[in-house]
Write a protein that binds this ligand. Structure first.
Ligand code: ADP
Ligand code: CDP
Length: 229
């Protein structure tokens, strides 16, 4: 069966990673969470004095960027990849509100995007990959055979993220999460480099009223239409 490239983009916390991981597992493709890479750069910046409040020392980060190595390794317990920053497992740390509140300004920096996009393109050069993010169908893999753009209302997305963080015992009120979701959407859509937008040839999926199982079936169907053509 021919191998293709699958790009899943969309708004924050709508279920992109969930559907991307499910499909990758089902069809035996590599799954890459590009958001985890931007989150890892943000964690590095927080831990290495690159932030002074909300101000970013861009010169310092520019010098450090080549020393920031991000990789993914399978976690046998969860059956999903964990994110490693310079060899250390940071999967839990990068999902905190502290990182969520600082990730979009870091992701708007051109040199950060350049470094991440180069790594993402190298990961996908053999195809057989599902990658989710904000600019996968527009910038990272503009020739992807299957492109999806996912959305849901901000309230539903914030509720999903709230439930997730609560289940992990992490802090964050619904209002704080909703505000963060809206703020990141705004910054992601309005930045100069590779802003979040639907690629012209992407299929739009509003999953506000779909269950995880239903969206998984829908995505498998779209995949089948392309590989069985
Ligand atoms: N269709 C859905 N209905 C309800 N919850 C969902 C759905 N899709 C995903 N979720 C849950 O919503 C949360 C955010 O999903 P995630 O895949 O991490 O989103 P994204 O990658 O877009 O940020 C997760 O806790 C996930 O289990
Ligand atoms: N391809 C990507 C992926 C994420 N990002 C940035 O990284 C942040 C975190 O991405 P994420 O996918 O982990 O976000 P969630 O929707 O999972 O909360 C986004 O809000 C964007 O600012 C990006 O700029 N480009």
């Amino acid at each position: 069966m021919k191998k293709i490239t699958i790009a899943i983009d969309g708004f924050s916390s709508c279920g992109k990673s969930t559907m991307a991981k499910d499909l990758a597992r089902e069809v035996g493709y590599i799954y890459i969470d590009s958001g985890a890479m931007y989150r890892a750069v943000t964690l590095y910046s927080i831990e290495n004095g690159i932030f002074d409040g909300d101000v970013i020392d861009t010169e310092k980060l520019k010098k450090a960027i080549k020393d920031i190595q991000i990789s993914f390794r399978p976690n046998p317990e969860t059956g999903r990849p964990d994110t490693y920053l310079n060899g250390v497992n940071v999967e839990n740390k990068i999902r905190t509100m502290g990182v969520s509140s600082k990730v979009s300004p870091i992701s708007a920096l051109d040199f950060v995007r350049e470094a991440m996009v180069a790594q993402q393109q190298a990961m996908g050069k053999e195809k057989g990959i599902v990658m989710d993010g904000r600019d996968i169908g527009t910038t990272v893999f503009p020739d992807a055979e299957l492109k999806i753009f996912v959305t849901a209302t901000p309230e539903i997305r914030a509720q999903r993220r709230f439930d997730e963080l609560k289940a992990k015992g992490q802090e964050g009120s619904f209002e704080e999460i909703l505000e963060n979701v809206k703020q990141r959407d705004y910054i992601d859509q309005h930045r100069e480099v590779s802003p979040l937008r639907k690629a012209d040839d992407a299929l739009l999926l509003d999953n506000s009223n779909l269950s995880i199982e239903q969206q998984k079936e829908w995505l498998s169907e779209q995949f089948g239409k392309i590989v069985n053509k």
